[in-house]
Ligand binder design. Structure first.
Ligand code: PHE
Ligand code: NA
Length: 496
């Protein structure tokens, strides 16, 4: 029952699609503020450490695992042994929850493209974001009404997701990536060039790159670096396993993984320089210290940027338009990869057609998104994201490395991908997968659990945090149930 239509048309297409998945909202605003928050230039040390010891090894692992098993995360784990299928489902469900709010942030970007034309945010972008745009309620316990205009824009985002994924790998995802990625590169180049050529830019960039080495002693910084690497490379979400499964049999895994990671991290770095150039300019204009300018994390894109645009000497509308368009495109090219990673398991397990699976996922996803379009939406987003990443992705990372490293055996995979790759990976890779990654991740998860108990996340009331725990716990339960349901894997389970 091998579905032949599910294959990349070309190597370039595959690479653009994986870069499209990797480069997203995470690179444009998350990286800049996470780096800045965690020691500035010194953050790059744990960041590269996490990239080399865990990020790239896991990306190689996921590409080759998918390519060898020729299936989504769930089918691939089921092929090792039926009892591991739930790990695939868990990552699939985590990804599904992620898209429900990721698509809402994309919808904000879309709305801001439109706002940019009139600079609708006026002289107080902060009040505009929380008031006019979000209609934010007083706290997580007060739901507030659904924001109809955001809901309509979210519907548009889901429609785009649906149309692209509905059309399949080559005619949908690959084609979209070939259009999106070159446009995105040009847009980001414009923003960065504008950023670094503004007066005062150099002070912002210096602040961004200036190392604070004492930060290296703080475990929180390391946790942040690992979290950022997983999120930014789209690993542990089932996405790269699924994308790997559409590779032709003899594809160079190692090279592809390096190209994807380096392109993604290079992109973050260049954008970071551009963003901090603009921040430096703002600080020079207002006399406000750079620290204060970047103080609000979530607001970096939706508050600080509009403020910066207000202050630009020329081309305000144009740059506003370019920035939010770039954010929207980067977001969509990532969200389609998430949708694909949820659609593929449904096709594998239940034998659904692509069209049926895509319609179900996008319909259900849209319903899930409505929660984040309420007055308390931003709070839910913050809390659910925290638990989804900390107690979803991080634990999935441990399980994936442990089961594939020890049970399936890292050397089995390495002996599979080395012969088809241009340059060869040594035994260091086995060590990273079997020891370093699970060990470091376990330490971090335990540490953050302890922190969680002593100080509730984000200062929210426990009644509000409950939703995070419930969602995180439910995913695991549902994953196990899905594992137990009868499947249509048939003889595909046999050829591994
Ligand atoms: N890597 C994307 C980003 O940086 C987000 C993403 C996460 C995409 C998980 C797919 C899966 O924004
Ligand atoms: Na990324």
């Amino acid at each position: 029952m091998q579905q032949e239509e599910n294959q990349w048309g070309s190597r370039l297409g595959f690479i653009l699609a994986t870069i499209g998945s990797a480069v997203g909202l995470g690179n444009i605003w998350r990286f800049s503020y996470v780096a800045y928050d965690n020691g500035g230039g010194a953050f790059l040390i744990p960041y590269f450490f996490a990239l080399l010891t865990t990020g790239i090894p896991l990306l190689i692992l996921e590409f080759s695992f998918g390519q060898k098993m020729r299936g989504s995360a769930t089918l691939s784990f089921a092929k090792i042994h039926k009892k591991w299928e739930w790990i695939g489902w868990w990552s699939t469900l985590v990804t599904f929850v992620l898209i429900t709010y990721y698509s809402v942030i994309i919808s904000w970007s879309f709305k801001y493209i439109y706002y940019a034309f009139t600079q609708a945010w006026g002289s107080n972008p902060e009040a505009f974001l929380y008031g006019t745009h979000l209609n934010l309620s007083s706290g997580i316990d007060s739901l507030g009404g659904i924001n109809i205009s955001i809901l309509a824009t979210v519907a548009l985002v889901w429609l785009i997701n649906l149309v692209i994924v509905y059309n399949g790998i080559e005619a949908g995802v690959e084609k979209a990536s070939k259009i999106f990625m070159p446009i995105l590169a040009v847009l980001m180049l414009i923003i960065t060039v504008r950023g670094v050529t503004l007066p005062g830019a150099i002070d912002g960039i210096n602040q961004f790159l200036e190392p604070d080495f004492s930060a290296l002693l703080n475990p929180k910084v390391w946790l942040a670096a690992y979290g950022q690497i997983f999120f930014t490379l789209s690993v542990c979400f089932g996405v790269m396993i699924t994308y790997g499964s559409y590779l032709p049999k003899k594809s160079d895994i190692v090279n592809n993984a390096f190209i994807t990671s380096l392109a993604n991290c290079g992109f973050s770095f260049i954008v970071g320089i551009g963003v901090f150039g603009i921040v430096g300019y703002m600080s020079a204009q207002t006399g406000q210290p750079i620290n204060d300018v970047v103080a609000q994390s979530i607001g970096l894109a939706f508050i600080v940027f509009p403020k910066a645009i207000n202050m630009l000497p020329t081309f305000q509308t144009f740059l506003g338009f370019i920035f939010f368009l770039a954010l929207g495109i980067a977001g969509i090219s990532s969200s389609i990869s998430m949708v694909e990673a949820v659609v593929a398991p449904l096709m594998d397990k239940f034998g659904f057609s692509r069209k049926k699976a895509a319609t179900i996922v996008c319909g259900a996803g849209f319903l899930g998104s409505t929660l984040f379009t309420t007055g308390a939406g931003l709070y839910f987003l913050d809390v659910i994201d925290h638990y989804n990443m900390q107690f979803g992705v991080a634990i999935i990372g441990i399980l994936e490395a442990a089961v594939l490293g020890w049970y399936y055996k890292a050397e089995v995979l390495r002996k599979f991908f080395n012969p088809i790759s241009n340059f060869q990976i040594g035994t260091w890779w086995d060590i990273m997968i079997k020891f370093i990654t699970p060990l470091l991740l376990t330490i971090m998860v335990v540490k953050s659990l302890i922190t969680e108990i002593s100080q509730p996340y984000g200062g929210y009331p426990l009644s509000g945090l409950k939703i995070g725990w419930i969602v995180a716990g439910m995913l695991l339960v549902v994953a196990v149930i899905l594992n137990l349901l009868p499947d249509k894997y048939d003889d595909r389970l046999l050829n591994n």
